[in-house]
Design a protein around this ligand. Sequence first.
Ligand code: NDP
Length: 333
Amino acid sequence: TTSSIPSTMRGVLCTAIGDPSVLSYRTDLPVPQPTTGQILIRNSYAGVNYIDTYFRSGIYPSPKPEILGRDGEGVIVALGEGETYGLKLGQRVVWMGSGGYAEYSAVPALHVAPIPDGIPETIAVASLLQGLTALTMIRESHHTKAGEWCLVHAAAGGVGLWLCQLLKALGARVIGTASTPEKIAQAHGAGAEKMINYSTTTSADLVAQIMELTGGQGVAAVFDGVGKDTFDDDLKVVKRKGTVVSFGNASGVVPPFAISKLAPKCIKLLRPQVFGYIATRQEFTTYTAELFRFIMENKIEVKVHKVYDLQDAQLVHEDLEGRKTMGKLLMRV
Ligand code: NDP
């Protein structure tokens, strides 16, 4: 009941735009009130995503101070007015929204999903946002088909490992990139057939290797969350009538360019965001059910790099931006 909800909570405030030192652990933040269409969750885990670093560093604008964090896992403790899709007080759920680095988050009911029996809570929370990003891209950004070659950059990252496993399950053949031998081994294990260390390979050599592997044709699709450093090569290695899916900026934002560069090979270029593919309850529940089914039926490994303490949010951002992580980062609330 509402009476058991305190008025203040622990959480991490992003106090200004800046390096990880702007993240401040607090014990006296106001507990949010769920507005119409929202649900209040008491979190056990807060997920960390690369996008959190964009809001912190100012690459993406947002008002400060703010509580970062786009996904989490916990218990429903209050329902706001309006449509709440049959969700119930006390249910264990995973959610996508905002304000996750805290004990309580008020999030849209539309993006709250009960955790199915048989899926541990840490696996569910590690899967939702990054898994849905990968799943919606292979279904909608580029409808991937069996047998075709795909290139996945940062293949040992959170979204990267999902892409490797989902593409493999579809029968596609994955070429991945990563920056260390350990990451290369991890992505191999997730189904990448061929891995290239792009931190020790020249751009010309990377392009040559991919063209050779694909019989001179190039790949049917590129999935690129790295951005600035890889975009130019993407246009070189994609095949005629192929698709470049640019979905992130871990190395920096792709600069403006002349669209006529797409003309010689009739390249399709997309810049999707996951929330755009799960904007309705129907889309969200359909894709979430497919993701959970995939986890249960394929016995896949959902790689959790580490479960940090909420107090260590600065270190979490340092590790993520320092390219020290593989898979999903979580914080115990
Ligand atoms: P990751 O776990 O993939 O971490 C980012 C990885 O990017 C690093 O581990 C690193 O892998 C690679 N990288 C390459 N160049 C750099 C650089 N200069 N600095 C830091 N890292 C670099 O993060 P996520 O899985 O959370 O996200 C992956 C990408 O997907 C991000 O760009 C993110 O914004 C995007 N994304 C987009 C979504 C959307 O809706 N459009 C939704 C979710 C994620 P390595 O060391 O192997 O190079």
